[in-house]
Every structure is written in C-alpha cells, then in structure tokens.
Design a protein around this ligand. Structure first.
Ligand SMILES: [Zn+2]
Ligand SMILES: [Zn+2]
Length: 151
C-alpha cells in the first residue's frame, strides 16, 4: 500500500490515516459482500486537524476501518490488569456490533440501554451492553422499508 499515509503522534507511535485505508478497502470489497470492515491495533487519524479517531466508515461505499489501539491501557503507558485482554475483546465486540449496525442503516438508539447508544468515551462504551435493545430490529426493518421507497 504505497499510498498509505502515516504520522508519528502519541509518544512516537505510528498513526495511520483512515481515508487511505478506506480507499484500499473500497478497491477490495467483493461485489457480493454487504460490507468490508478493517480492524487494526494501530492508531488512526482522519485528517491533519484531528488527534485520533476510533474508526471511520463510508456507509454507501460499504467500508469501514476501526482501531482497538486505545482500548488497551498500555497505549497510555498504564499497566495492564489480569482481565485486560477480556476488556479489549469486549470493547471491540461492542464497537463492531455498533458500527455494523450503522452499516445496516441503524441510527443511534436513545430509547433503551442498547449497543446502538451513542458513545463519547470509553466509560460510556463500557457501560453499554453488547446487544441491541428490542427496538433495534423494528428500527432496522423500518429503515429498510424507507430505503426501498427511496426516502
Ligand atoms: Zn454510532
Ligand atoms: Zn436500542
């Protein structure tokens, strides 16, 4: 990937630009795939004016890229606990469920404790459950009907 831009940001760690990764995924997505998601332990940034981003998607192009780097306390030079691997996996599974929900045109849920709740911090991510609330399938069905009508 010759066109993959990177920079050194936090304590010399390499950081990769999401747009270049999304371009690369877009060139590789099989026609029959619903979406193609890239997951990395490297840190990501979307553009020069941003410090970092947990991930980015192009919903209509059906590609997304996400980083688990900042889910690991070692990223912040903090000690790992005995259950750190479980914590990283739990956070990653929630992120993937949430973002793939967006790929299926599901918006943020404001009605219940739900994996589709918006999150602005790791604390909020840790508080959210790993599953959707009962309203999510109904919302997804409604959104698919609206899409078919071209709304
Ligand atoms: Zn979201
Ligand atoms: Zn919900």
């Amino acid at each position: 990937m010759a066109s993959l831009r990177a920079r050194s940001r936090v304590r010399g760690r390499r950081q990769y630009r999401t747009g270049d990764l999304l371009d690369a995924l877009q060139r590789r997505i099989p026609a029959e795939a619903y979406c193609l998601i890239g997951v990395t332990q490297a840190d990501l940034y979307p553009g020069p004016s941003w410090n970092f981003v947990f991930g980015e998607a192009r919903f209509f192009e059906r590609v997304g890229v996400y980083s688990f780097a900042r889910y690991d306390p070692a990223f912040y030079d903090e000690p790992r606990a005995a259950d750190t691997a479980t914590t990283i996996l739990r956070r990653g599974c929630k992120l993937m469920a949430h973002e793939i929900g967006h790929m299926f045109a599901i918006d943020h849920c404001i009605h219940n404790h739900c994996v589709m709740n918006g999150s602005n911090s790791l604390e909020e991510t840790d508080r959210s459950p790993p599953h959707p609330c009962p309203l999510v399938p109904a919302q997804a069905a409604r959104d698919r009907r609206l899409r078919r009508r071209g709304a």
